[in-house]
Design a binder for this molecule. Structure first.
Ligand SMILES: Cc1ncc(COP(=O)(O)O)c(C=O)c1O
Ligand SMILES: C[C@@H](O)[C@H](N)C(=O)O
Length: 347
């Protein structure tokens, strides 16, 4: 279901779902947006978006942030007091690997990265093995467990989330969810955003990926934590003036695309995964949502580069072994992708 009212310039871009572009319908929202000053929290469209996402998540309050990095870093910082302290997360976590070392520079936090024993997502057993609960002066006591769902496109089971967060509460550790693609987890499992979010103290929800908004994320939490987060957003220069220009578009995108546009991307991803399986092409992770991961570990050096070049020849954009499907990917691009994969493996 590529967006019916327009063909995105990124209809052939499989590098990531961050490449969704606002359709005319989404852009149109900006022409009738409210123009309040969001530094005074007086912009109706921005307040409405925060309240709407908070309602979906079952949290008291939502704070609009201009990026997922900002909402993650504010969410985590708002749960931390008096360093030294540590945050425990998956060794692949975005908050640890791809946010400019924000945890060490903005939060002065140590990070304990954990390689999940099942290779897919951290379990409570993994966490218990690596968490530091001692208050002894030797240690940076773990104050927050940060999960990511989906992680590498894999859905973390709600049962595991419930176990981890319930246990964290018993030992006085806070929990954050990087829910950049929680929309995808919900669309894939039918578990509501609210059911996922109820377990966490803070949740960051991106609107600029599969949802298709041009900019932004929303951090949701209780009122007190969001009040603390507002100070950190101000410090980061994240308080906008007439934010309605972009939050109006985000609201339209969210209402238009969740969950059906995401379900479509999951169907396409499964179709590509099935082609691989049928041709004995190994995948690195299960295709739970909108990412297909080719396993290049047994392929010759330079396979990723060769894949990108073959893609370019076939008119599509690739970025190594991770294939990202977004709702604006065209059918002809999917066919070109399939041809490219079969060419790469000489099938
Ligand atoms: C899992 C995850 N969290 C957070 C982010 C950060 O979002 P943004 O690029 O909007 O800062 C990304 C990247 O897009 C991501 O993949
Ligand atoms: C690379 C990373 O920052 C981005 N979030 C992506 O998944 O494409």
């Amino acid at each position: 279901m590529a967006s019916q009212d327009y063909k995105s310039p990124t209809h052939n871009d499989f590098r990531s779902d961050t490449f969704t572009t606002p359709s005319p319908t989404i852009i149109q929202a900006a022409s009738t947006c409210s123009l309040g000053d969001d530094d005074y929290y007086e912009d109706p469209d921005t307040n409405e978006l925060g309240a709407y996402v908070a309602e979906l998540s079952g949290k008291e309050s939502g704070l609009y942030c201009v990026s997922g990095v900002m909402s993650n870093q504010i969410g985590l910082r708002s749960l931390l007091y008096q360093p030294p302290y540590s945050i425990l997360c998956d060794s692949r976590a975005h908050v640890y690997r791809y946010e400019g070392a924000g945890l060490s520079m903005l939060s002065n936090a140590m990070v304990y990265p954990v390689i999940p024993s099942n290779g897919l997502y951290m379990t409570l057993e993994d966490i218990k093995k690596h968490i530091v609960l001692s208050e002894e002066y030797y240690f940076a006591t773990t104050r927050v467990i940060s999960l990511e769902n989906t992680i590498s496109g894999v859905v973390v089971p709600i049962e595991e989330i419930a176990r981890i967060c319930a246990w964290a509460k018993t030992v006085g550790v806070k929990t954050h969810l990087d829910g950049a693609r929680l929309w995808n987890a919900s669309a894939a499992t039918g578990v509501s955003i609210k059911e996922y979010c109820q377990h966490f103290d803070t949740v960051s929800l991106c609107l600029s990926k599969g949802i298709g908004a041009p900019i932004g994320s929303v951090l949701v939490a209780d009122k007190e934590t969001i009040k603390i987060g507002k100070r950190f957003r101000k410090q980061l220069g994240g308080n906008l003036r007439q934010a309605g220009v972009i939050t109006s578009m985000a609201m339209v995108a969210l209402k238009m695309n969740f969950p059906n546009a995401l379900k479509y991307t999951h169907e396409v991803a499964k179709e590509v995964a099935e082609l691989c399986t049928k041709n004995d092409i190994k995948l690195l992770y299960p295709t739970d949502t909108n990412f297909v991961w080719l396993d290049f570990s047994e392929q010759p050096e330079g396979t990723a580069q060769k894949f990108n070049e073959l893609g370019k020849k076939n008119g599509i954009r690739l970025s190594g072994n991770r294939i990202g499907i977004h709702y604006q990917i065209s059918k002809e691009s999917v066919e070109a992708l399939k041809r490219t994969i079969l060419e790469l493996y000489q099938k």
